[in-house]
Design a protein around this ligand. Structure first.
Ligand code: AMP
Ligand code: MG
Length: 497
């Protein structure tokens, strides 16, 4: 099949980076969803006429012409403990697509059978996690958050054994890189500096082409990774996204959200929110994400340090300086994003920044104390006028007690009176970042139940369509913007491994 022309520069890095590994064919592949828009961005010529043939590729039953598939090696710090031997245990890298506009897209099958790194796992994926990743990663893309994407999802016609037996699925996943912090750790653990350098050069060439003409290439590379990650996590925080399993093997060095396992968007705002069943200690709770980002980047620094300078002491100092810039980058990205979210435009000075930060943080405190829904709070806030209206009442209804939110709205309006924007301008700006629809946990759960129990994908397609345009109020779609009823609340999410 020529419709997915693939290169594989990763193959040339050296055999220490991977094990060649072919997808294991499945008995009855059936397409659930194919992402036409993404395919056209990638320059793929998959049309209705050859979609059936392409489905065989998405299922791993056929290989794209010339593809030499492989499983990548990596390590990972999982919940703080280093595991030297992970790697693609249920994913297979097919190669890269070079799009007509010069962009590069790495393509991977997830759930396509055992590899050399599968350990005791079956190399397969249950259907539920495939649907979850499809919906959430595509929603993130539409929410303008850097992310891996979903090109296709198929059912396999085979069962996988998890807590119970259930239908299997395969996701065709696309990223600008599948190299993780853990990939660098893999070679650092072996003391293989040569491979660390090869890997860094590969990532720089493909994902950090903006870096050139600098004195210290690897330091600049590390700085850019730190900055992208800081900005990424700030975006998660602005939307109430909880990754759930921020192990270093689940952190991309390209600054994209990767590995959607037990991830979730929160409904009621809560700094300490955790959904992941295995995250008992709350290591990856909502508000832990910024410091965990730094912890993971510190692990990356440990791998790259020998490349920063010949003298170890100097190299460590340089690394520390960059790590210190993480907090500044994060704070800056957080405040910039929050300002837009809150409709605050002017920022004249440092004192203004501190004031705005206080105003912003105090709303989150009030939301937490009053069990207010994260997304709906900002939905109404971005429709308020400078003068009180009936929308104020709708907003207040989200809060258990109204006094503190009333007082806060007074402070917010006072702050807005310093702005020169009109109500309409402010509302448009705010509505461009405050979504109406997010992939709420209970909606995903409903989609998965229908698909796994009844082979019914209607709800999957419906939810997907709504999430394609998350910032626009869509008539008749109230169900998709509302928080769960008490009996619909999903307390725990699972890795699906
Ligand atoms: P994850 O939970 O996706 O971050 O996976 C952590 C590690 O476990 C990675 O090395 C995965 O490839 C591996 N893994 C997860 N699920 C499976 C599975 N069903 N079969 C084989 N390996 C798996
Ligand atoms: Mg992973």
């Amino acid at each position: 099949m020529k419709h997915i022309p693939l290169n594989n520069r990763f193959l040339d890095l050296g055999s220490q980076f991977y094990r060649k590994s072919k997808p294991v064919p499945v008995t009855a592949p059936a397409l659930i969803k194919f992402n036409k828009n993404l395919a056209s961005m990638m320059g793929l010529s998959i049309e209705d006429t050859n979609l059936q043939e392409a489905t065989l590729i998405f299922a791993g039953n056929q290989l794209p012409e010339g593809s030499i598939p492989l499983a990548m090696a990596y390590s990972g710090s999982q919940f703080g403990s280093f595991n030297p031997q992970l790697g693609d245990g249920r994913a297979i890298y097919l190669g890269e697509v070079n799009a007509p506009d010069g962009k590069t897209f790495d393509v991977q099958l997830k759930g396509s059978g055992r590899t050399a790194y599968s350990r005791n796992g079956d190399g397969r994926s249950a259907l539920g996690p495939v649907l979850r990743e499809y919906l959430v990663s595509e929603a993130m893309y539409k929410l303008n958050v850097p992310t891996t994407r979903a090109l296709a999802a198929v059912t396999t016609g085979e069962e996988v054994a998890r807590e119970t037996l259930g239908p299997g699925g395969i996701l065709t996943r696309v990223a600008s890189s599948f190299v993780r912090v853990g990939t660098f750790q893999y070679f650092a653990a072996k003391g293989d500096l040569k491979s660390i350098k090869i890997l860094a050069d590969y990532v720089i060439e493909r994902n950090y082409q903006n870096i050139n003409g600098v004195d210290n290439l690897y330091l600049e590379f590390f700085k850019s990774v730190v900055e992208r990650q800081a900005k990424l996590i700030a975006q998660w925080m602005q939307l109430g996204f909880i990754h759930g399993v921020m192990n270093t093997d689940n952190m991309s060095v390209a600054g994209e959200t990767i590995d959607y396992g037990p991830c979730a968007f929160m409904d009621e705002f809560n700094h300490n929110q955790v959904y992941s069943f295995i995250d008992r200690g709350g290591r990856y709770a909502y508000s832990q994400q910024p410091p965990i980002g730094l912890w993971n980047l510190t692990r990356l620094a440990e791998c790259l340090v020998p490349l920063f300078a010949e003298d170890t002491e100097t190299a460590v100092e340089l690394a520390k300086e960059v790590l210190q810039s993480y907090e500044t980058s994060y704070e800056k990205a957080w405040l910039e994003g929050m300002r837009i979210k809150f409709g605050l435009v002017r920022s004249d000075d440092n004192a203004g920044d501190i004031q705005d930060k206080k105003l912003i943080e105090s709303l989150f405190e009030i939301m937490q104390m009053n069990h207010a829904d994260f997304t709906l709070t900002f939905f109404y806030l971005s429709r308020l006028n400078l003068i009180e209206s009936d929308i104020d009442e709708k907003l207040k209804k989200l809060f258990d007690k109204t006094e503190s939110i009333e007082a806060w709205l007074g402070r917010w309006r006072l702050r807005l009176s310093e702005e020169t924007t009109t109500d309409e301008e402010r509302q448009l700006n705010m509505q461009s970042v405050n979504p109406v629809y997010i992939p709420r946990n209970h909606l995903i759960e409903e989609v998965i139940r229908a698909a796994e129990d009844n082979n019914d994908f209607t709800l999957f397609h419906k939810l997907h369509v709504v999430l394609e345009d998350p910032f626009t109020l869509q008539p008749g779609m109230d169900k998709y913007m509302l928080p769960p009823e008490p009996e619909q609340v999903v307390e725990n999410t699972f890795c699906g491994t």
